[in-house]
Ligand binder design. Structure first.
Ligand code: HEM
Length: 355
């Protein structure tokens, strides 16, 4: 397979990972996470039980989990598409090992991530939606998409130099005249990425603990949240319950989580505004700055709509996907800043790989 074909496969996997993440959010929000009480099959079958005989068998096997066909289909569709993504990532690894010039470290990381992600998918079911597993599964999905983006960016064709002389192999760096400003930009880019990851984890914790609708007013909450602040709400290991569906934390704990996510949104906005200002100072990075601000505005608007409209399904799925889009933009910003700061190393590495 040619370089372009390989890159296309990575792009297809990236697009599919976005679909898997969206389907995952839809499955959770339609309360279909336990649509099949077993894993990887559904009531002991490879697909959703269809015939009367199969449905009777399903009822006998899992008397405490009556079959709801539409929920089982949601869950199984998510698993089939996720399985296809796993196969594509395996294919990326096989193809990476067949050609010396292709990166192998990133595909290997992807394979490890997707295998772990499958295990988290299994635990989501077998541990009945334990919040730390649900949040971990969200973060694992976002990590898969991020790694695919980095791989896709890494494979992008490099402009050919006019002369093969070594000096001309160095593209001009927008940072050439200002090392200090480049350092500040790298720092802001990393800080922005860390803050967005933290905010996504907080959002995942809000969703996994069913804390979305405990505060319905803006900007923070109708109750005295400072009075009821309870740091135990963030304890990742919670007491054992038969099921965590609809949440096991008390009202105060849920308010604590919800309000922290909103405060996190304010901090994220501030940090990303500062990053946008830094990016704007470099003409090569202005488009990324605008994209980042646009996605941020959309995400904040969707978050507010979630609150004021009591979590409409479409808006909640969109809030999940836009959170992922924001992460991908931050990943792209960091990759771009990294490459622009190290043009020589990148080019030398690429040149070496080509021979
Ligand atoms: C600033 C950037 C923000 C990011 C990156 C972000 C990210 C996220 C993520 C990743 C989730 C988990 C979604 C899921 O599991 O399906 C989430 C949930 C949530 N977020 Fe945000 N969020 C942001 C801002 C906001 C704002 C401003 C609000 C409200 C004022 C808000 C309200 C919520 C609510 C209510 C949930 C729970 C939704 C559910 O249960 O499905 N978010 N957020």
């Amino acid at each position: 397979m040619q370089r372009n074909g390989f890159r296309l496969l990575v792009l297809a996997a990236l697009i599919l990972s976005v679909c898997v993440i969206g389907l995952g959010a839809y499955t959770r929000l339609t309360e279909a996470g336990l649509g099949c009480p077993d894993w990887p099959g559904c009531y002991g079958f490879a697909g959703v039980p269809k015939t009367d005989v199969h449905q009777e068998l399903a009822a006998a096997r899992y008397p405490h989990a009556p079959l709801e066909v539409h929920k089982a289909w949601n869950e199984m569709l998510h698993r089939y598409v996720a399985g296809t993504l796993g196969i594509m990532i395996l294919a990326i690894n096989v193809l990476a090992w067949r050609r010396l010039e292709r990166p192998r470290g990133l595909p290997a990381c992807l394979l490890v991530t997707v295998v772990f992600q499958a295990m988290l998918g299994m635990w989501t079911v077998t541990l009945s939606l334990m919040p730390v597993v649900v949040m971990g599964h969200l973060l694992g999905g976002f990590t898969t998409a991020s790694l695919l983006l980095v791989l896709w960016l890494r494979l992008r064709p490099l402009p050919m130099p006019r002369s093969p002389s070594r000096s001309q192999l160095r593209p001009s760096s927008p940072f050439a005249s200002s090392t200090a400003s480049a350092g500040a930009l790298s720092l802001f880019a990393l800080l922005g990425l860390a803050v967005v990851i933290g905010q996504i984890a907080l959002g995942g914790w809000t969703a996994a603990n069913y804390a979305a609708v405990v505060c319905t007013q803006l900007p923070l909450c109708e109750v005295d949240w400072q009075q009821s602040f309870d740091s135990s709400a963030f304890s990742l290991i919670q007491p054992v319950h038969d099921s965590y569906q609809y949440g096991v934390l008390d009202y105060q704990q849920r308010v604590t989580i919800h309000v922290t996510h909103r405060i996190g949104a304010a901090v994220t906005t501030l940090v990303l505004l500062l990053l946008a200002w830094q990016l704007w100072r470099h003409s090569a990075l202005r488009q990324l700055a605008l994209l980042m601000l646009g996605v941020l505005c959309g995400q904040v608007a969707l978050g507010i709509t979630n609150v004021v409209a009591s979590l409409p399904l479409g808006v909640a799925v969109a809030h999940n996907l836009t959170g992922m889009a924001l992460l991908l933009v931050l990943v792209a910003v960091n990759v771009q800043v990294f490459w622009l700061r190290r043009p020589t190393r990148h080019w030398q590495g690429s040149a070496a790989r080509l021979h």
